[in-house]
Ligand binder design. Structure first.
Ligand code: GAF
Length: 400
């Protein structure tokens, strides 16, 4: 969703809340991940693209160490905090009495402070946010909120941070302040993606390549299907998947599962069995290793100019998320099965799983029929109607 009135609206919102003109307006997008799920915290490969949906922030600096946060999307007034008093304990687990959403931008300010970046009068700020990134849809609305905060403060304080450094600080905010053990993909996508490209990222050293992804030129469309469900199971299950991967890497004596070669996978799985690793953990390993290989396969096909042929790789990725990593759910499986049966080129869940969104690669002329089939299947199964829209590869965080 390109929101051309957004900057005017967020400026007016700032004026209304704080009674002054903002120092500027910034935007940071949500994302979908094309391929490479739960590989980032295994030091592996991912390939997200930014959505046109953004979190906007109008912001001004303060020199008195007071941080004032306001959201136009959430009921409630201004959240006022002192930068020097921010601490992960009080701010963790959703922000305590500060309101859940405010823990994300407050965490970013905490991470900047912890990195020694808020010195010499920098430190306070007033921010007003408005977002078009759907929340709870697995489209990284939280990363967009973090990254827009860091990008605005980077400019306002003249910190000179690069987009990858911004992403790292935002991940630290989410891990240590908010208390969510996420990897780096979402923050890197929001900070570093560029229009018309997918971002091929090595999550180990953050080397990246912008891969041209011009679907319209090839008569294709990538649909996002927001199932509008979020299963409670998700929160603890993310952490337990991560812990299982780390335990397997330790057992194998490698730094991360990224270091397990695809070619030797069967031998590795046998070795894990010998070491006493349970079946579920061995399946988690198989997912991560084969998923890294799928990212490389998608890159090879895109480099060869054959976007259509990535469809089956996406669908294979879904099967692996469903069967080996066990992070899918009925609604996501229904999207994938129905879309493929109705003529899509491929489909998969995207993001952390347990609800949220799926992506569907489809020829332009089939997009409507596939969308209709998915919506009807949801109706027949008694699910709420999904929200379906095209993913247009868009720009990363920026000043407007
Ligand atoms: C969530 C996390 F935030 C990411 O870091 C990533 O692990 C993803 O789930 C799964 O690929 O979005």
């Amino acid at each position: 969703m390109t929101d051309e009135h957004g900057p005017g609206r967020v400026t007016a919102g700032f004026r209304e809340v704080y009674g002054t003109e903002p120092g500027g307006v910034w935007a940071a997008p949500g994302r979908v991940n094309l391929i490479g799920e739960h590989t980032d915290y295994n030091d592996g490969f991912v390939m997200p693209l930014a959505l046109p949906h953004t979190c906007l922030a109008a912001a001004s600096p303060r020199t008195d160490g007071v941080l004032r946060l306001h959201s136009g999307d959430v009921q409630g007034g201004v959240v006022e905090l002192r930068v020097e008093e921010l601490s992960p304990v009080a701010g963790g687990a959703g922000g305590g009495d500060r309101g859940g959403w405010a823990a994300y931008p407050a965490g970013v300010v905490w991470a900047l402070r912890e990195a020694g970046l808020l010195t010499g009068g920098a430190g306070g700020a007033e921010l007003h946010f408005e977002s078009t990134v759907p929340t709870g849809a697995g489209l990284s609305s939280s990363a967009a909120l973090e990254v827009v905060t860091a990008t605005a403060l980077n400019d306002l304080y003249g910190l000179g941070l690069t987009p990858p450094r911004i992403a790292q600080l935002c991940q630290r905010a989410e891990n240590a302040f908010v208390g969510v053990p996420c990897g780096i993909m979402d923050q890197m996508a929001s900070a570093c993606c560029t229009e018309g490209h997918a971002l091929f990222l090595d999550a180990r050293d953050l080397t990246q390549r912008q891969v041209p992804f011009d679907l319209a030129a090839e008569g294709l469309r990538l649909l996002v299907v927001d199932t509008r469900v979020k299963h409670e199971l998700g929160d603890g299950a993310y952490a337990s998947r991560r812990a299982a991967c780390e335990a397997a890497a330790r057992a194998l004596g490698v730094r991360a599962l990224r270091d397990v070669p695809f070619e030797g996978l069967d031998a590795t799985l046998t070795e894990l069995e010998r070491l006493g690793c349970d079946t579920a953990t061995r399946r988690r390993v198989r997912h991560v290793v084969t998923e890294d290989r799928r990212v490389e396969e998608v890159i090879e096909r895109l480099d060869a100019g054959d976007t259509r042929s990535i469809g089956p790789v996406l669908t294979a990725g879904h099967a692996s998320c469903r069967d080996d990593f066990e992070i899918s759910c009925d609604e996501l499986d229904l999207v994938v099965e129905t879309a493929n049966a109705a003529g899509a080129l491929g489909a998969r869940m995207t993001g952390g799983g347990f609800g949220g969104s799926a992506i569907v690669l489809v020829a332009e002329e089939d997009a409507e029929a596939v969308s209709k089939a998915v919506t009807e299947a949801f109706g027949a199964a008694g699910h709420r109607a999904p929200r379906i829209f095209p993913a247009v590869p868009s720009a990363g965080a920026r000043r407007l």
